[in-house]
Design a protein around this ligand. Sequence first.
Ligand code: F6P
Length: 362
Amino acid sequence: MSTCIGILTGGGDCPGLNAVIRAVVKSATRLGWETLGIRNGYEGLLTPMACMKLDHREMGGLLTSGGTILGTTNRGRFAAKTGHGEAQGIPQEILSEAKRNFHSMGLRALVCVGGDGSLSIAQQLYDHGIPIVGVPKTIDNDLEATQSTFGFDSAVACATDALDRLHTTAASHNRVMVLEVMGRYAGWIAAHAGIAGGGDILLIPEIPYTYEAICKKIAEREAMGRLFTLVVVAEGAHPKGGAFVTHGEQAKDREARLGGVGEQVAEEIAKRTGKETRTVVLGHLQRGGGPTCADRLLCTRFGAAAVKLIQEEKYGRMVALRGNDTISVPIPEAIGRLRTVPPNGDIVETARMLGVSFGDEV
Ligand code: F6P
């Protein structure tokens, strides 16, 4: 049997990808295996010359660095999602070409690191006969099958830092500051950073808002002498009965690009309250830079667990976090199942106990 495994990073990047690569290479080396890095996401499976040998002696610095040394893409011939997340079938000839190349590279198995879209590609490759294991990645933390994805903690740290900074300038000017954060159709980043950063109003996709409720909260704060307000808006938040705000025209082979709701919320608050408002869209700052300690640990656990799955020849599975343990689940149990913030769950309840508004109570 071959003693060489492949690894690729697919979809959008996020902090911790390099830490997973490092963990895979180091664990594989200890088993006497080599690791081949496939460049540029799944596209690299169609251009095998573009792969690179990953030597365990060259893993220095990867634990803490941002991005992915392998490159990634959420475009190209494997693009798997459209609109609201429906998976598209990958053409048979592309899958067959990938399989031929997988064999010509002499690989034993392939580690696919990615979010929902990338894992649905992984499953199609597995169904086509390629031994695959998946590692869940996304700053959105929206995969049902794992308690946590890596990249999330780093994104929350970034958004919390932004809120800390906005806090002081908001207070100095008695302004309403609106911070728009990522997260797609899940409000995890907004909810966690909102609480950790002391936000006053958190708008998340799971709880549609009304401007009456938002302005009432601002008025209540004013009445208590709190003349500034911090609003955290998830990019997928929307008013009651309203739609997601999207950015530009949607490309054929891509998911809708969310963005712009922060500015809408800020403008409406200014109109209704007369208060000076400012908007900050945190955007890709949340995805850049190195991972937090918690993400470094999670990436290392996930990378090592992925190699263990290969050692045990348990393919078509994704590593996941359940309680305090790293487990694995069949990839189909992980894809197409969005994990959203429970509107009556602990996180929302905690915030409400502190008087935080979700823009839904008048
Ligand atoms: O899924 C991760 C994510 O960062 C979302 O939070 C965001 O909506 C999207 O990717 C942005 O994608 P892109 O980098 O393609 O604009």
